[in-house]
Design a protein around this ligand. Structure first.
Ligand code: XMP
Length: 523
């Protein structure tokens, strides 16, 4: 079997908000990529033996005193290097060129004009729109470099800004792009990346969902031997795909435990049981612990308190089931690559703002070793692997759902009546988004029950009832998010249905805050 990881594109991170996007674009071309911080030691780079290295963008200026820099030895490794934005400026700076602050910050679209044909530019139009976002510019190229393209007529900028929009070394495999090929605003951005990977770094494209599954299955079998494995299945994409992968590898040695905490979406418990028990025939345990969870949450209104109680109760429930199963050695966890990247830029604010409840605490407490089969994957890759494993599209393309479930979408006290209200409202919202084609255009959408009542009038009668807030966001990774510009008619239709069909609600509002400063969830 071929080793998938023998073809690696290493991305050194200088703090760009787009670093993860670069890694994803490389993977989309069928080549494995990893992100490491800019100061990752040279010896370790050599040990990884990447086929190519990409230097990311970043917010610093190369001439700044504390700028993140690189040792020049990297240019003697004989590994192809592509610098993007700050990466290009860094190459210029380190090899004797001159980088200064530009008169005008170049931000937005610019028209790229290719002046010299090259393998890096194969199948790219002579003129194309690219996305610029830089305040510094290369004033003078280092010796031995030539220009392949420039942006003489920046569309949005007042002056020609990047005479050195694409540069290359005359003898070594060192390249730089002043613009960002990884963002969707750059026309044909994927071609620049594809050309670097295949034409320059000579990769073949080993990274496919099928080969990932094959390799993971072998690895899991080796790791587990004949031991028993347990998985906390939430019905969400990550834990479902992780379970399916482990199931593929070791079948009945795995037991999937699905705990109903009483805070699931409309008919979710039935659906998850149907999919895993009846349809996929996993070794599956359903535990209805809703009464216990809800009893402990009675009159609790503080969000962090809710999270702590749910986390703790979950561990207790899970431990009890594990005890019944017998000697269990491993726990499957759906950790993804963005959670483990050692990078200077990717840890967004949300990790510390809310104590996210996963299966935190379980492995140490129960002396379990972890199996994290999705540790190397981005979310979109997890979905592809899930599809390849035969999980239904309905499950795979589901919006993310927080571990504490509806507890953090019911602001104030949690009661059975209030759970029913938010479940129904959410169900109506999601059904309408499916019907109108909006479900797949947003990252996440849901209903929130507010702890206030407002006055309304229904059929000549005064009402004094609850308010539902609808939240829908677009996002790449949940670190930042924008509120979704859903058609007003669609929102109006949803509001109408909720007010007419959900008893106890007389008003619906739409949340138009972005993250930051808001967060996606309300609690
Ligand atoms: P926030 O609200 O922090 O959410 O902007 C970012 C993403 O994380 C989800 N989320 C959680 N997931 N446990 C989880 O497993 C939690 O406590 C939790 N809180 C928020 C949220 O749904 C969004 O996708």
């Amino acid at each position: 079997m071929t080793d998938l990881h023998q073809e690696l594109i290493l991305i050194l991170d200088f703090g760009s908000q787009y670093t993860q996007l670069i890694a994803r674009r490389v993977r989309e071309q069928g080549v494995y990529s990893e992100i490491k911080p800019f100061n990752f030691p040279l010896e370790r780079i050599k040990a990884l033996a990447p086929k190519g290295i990409i230097l990311s963008g970043g917010p610093a200026s190369v001439y700044q005193l504390d700028a993140p820099l690189l040792g020049k030895e990297i240019f003697d490794l004989n590994i192809p290097i592509l610098g993007i934005c700050y990466g290009l400026q860094l190459i210029s700076h380190l090899l004797g060129g001159k980088v200064t602050k530009a008169d005008h910050r170049e931000y937005g679209h610019a028209m790229l004009e290719i002046s010299t044909a090259h393998l890096l530019l194969e199948n790219i139009a002579h003129q194309s729109k690219v996305w610029m976002s830089h305040g510094d510019r290369v004033e003078q190229l280092p010796d031995g470099f030539a220009v392949l393209a420039q942006t003489p007529n920046a569309v949005l900028a007042q002056t020609p800004n990047s005479p050195y929009a694409i540069i290359k070394h005359s003898t070594k495999q060192i390249y730089g792009l002043q613009f960002h090929p990884e963002v969707a605003h750059t026309d044909q951005g994927e071609r620049f990346i594809q050309n670097f990977i295949y034409n320059i770094a000579a990769c073949h494209g080993l990274w496919t969902p099928q080969s990932f599954i094959e390799e993971s299955v072998q690895h899991i079998r080796q790791q587990v031997g004949s031991e028993k494995v347990i998985c906390a299945l939430s019905g969400g994409v990550d834990s479902s795909v992780a379970a399916a992968l482990v199931n593929e590898a070791i079948g009945s040695q795995l037991t999937c435990v699905f705990v109903n905490n009483g805070l699931l979406r409309y008919k979710e418990a039935e659906q998850v049981c149907y999919i895993f028990e009846k349809q996929a025939k996993f070794n599956f345990r359903y535990v209805d612990a809703s009464q216990k969870f809800l009893a402990r949450l009675e009159n609790v209104v503080d969000p962090e308190q809710k999270r702590k109680i749910i986390g703790d109760e979950f561990i207790q429930t899970f431990e009890a089931v594990a005890h019944e199963i017998g000697e269990v050695k491993f726990l499957v966890q759906g950790t993804l690559y963005p959670d483990v990247i050692e990078s200077v830029s990717t840890k967004g604010p949300s990790a510390v703002i809310k104590s996210h409840h996963n299966v935190g605490g379980l492995p140490e407490k129960m002396h379990l070793k972890l199996i994290e089969p999705l540790r190397e994957l981005f979310k979109d890759e997890v979905r592809q692997v899930g599809r390849e494993l035969g999980l239904s599209d309905q499950l795979i393309s589901r919006h993310p759902f927080p571990g504490p479930g509806l507890a953090v979408r019911i602001l104030g006290a949690i009661t059975p009546e209030r759970i029913a209200i938010v479940q129904q409202a959410d169900h109506i919202f999601i059904s309408e988004l499916h019907k109108t084609g909006w479900y797949h255009k947003v990252w996440q959408a849901f209903a929130v029950l507010l702890p206030v009542q407002t006055v309304g009038v229904m059929g000549d009668e005064r009402t004094y009832e609850s308010v539902i807030a609808l939240r829908a966001v677009t996002s790449e990774d949940a670190m930042t998010a924008d509120w979704a510009k859903i058609d007003p008619e669609v929102l109006g239709g949803v509001a109408n249905r909720i007010i007419n069909e959900v008893r106890g609600v007389n008003r619906v509002v739409y949340d138009i805050s972005s993250k930051p400063p808001g967060t996606i969830e309300w609690e």
